[in-house]
Design a protein around this ligand. Structure first.
Ligand SMILES: [Zn+2]
Length: 157
């Protein structure tokens, strides 16, 4: 049985999201993140990747990137949250989604998109509505740059 189902999202970046179809324990592999493997050179040279944040791009190594921007990549429907209950994991040329918390049936599955902090961060407001939401889709380690209240838990940075 699949651990997820597709439903209209509460966070609503693209209208849909994935939801737990049963209780899921932390550390469970939920779904593969599938796409096409492209070379980093192709990313640099193709128009397709111009001006877009790497929402669906995962750098696999020095040479290859996984482009998950395809309708058949169900895992691409997972929305970003500042209090994510899943994360991307990878090995070699594979990426998948693993739960990082115990998730109750019916909860929306969320990841940290891991965007860096840069001059364009305001283009990507976060709508997760979690208590710790910094307002924008920026990876946890960089949120203190937007809001000082995040500095405490990220002293190292
Ligand atoms: Zn948020």
């Amino acid at each position: 049985m699949k651990l997820y189902k597709i439903k209209k999202s509460n966070i609503d970046r693209k209208g849909r999201g994935l939801y737990a179809s049963k209780d899921i324990k932390a550390g469970t592999k939920i779904i593969d993140y599938i796409g096409k493997i492209v070379t980093n050179k192709q990313i640099d040279e193709s128009d397709k990747y111009d001006n877009s944040k790497p929402i669906y791009l995962f750098t696999l190594n020095k040479r290859y990137t996984l482009d998950g921007d395809f309708p058949w990549n169900i895992a691409g429907l997972i929305n970003h949250s500042c209090d994510n209950n899943c994360e991307y994991e990878g090995k070699g040329l594979k990426i998948w989604i693993t739960s990082v918390k115990n998730i109750k049936k019916g909860e929306e599955l969320t990841c940290d998109y891991g965007f860096g902090y840069d001059k364009d961060y305001k283009q990507f407001p976060c709508k997760c509505r979690e208590k710790n939401c910094c307002g924008y889709i920026v990876r946890a380690e960089s949120r203190w740059r937007i809001n000082k209240k995040f500095a405490i838990s990220n002293k190292k940075n």
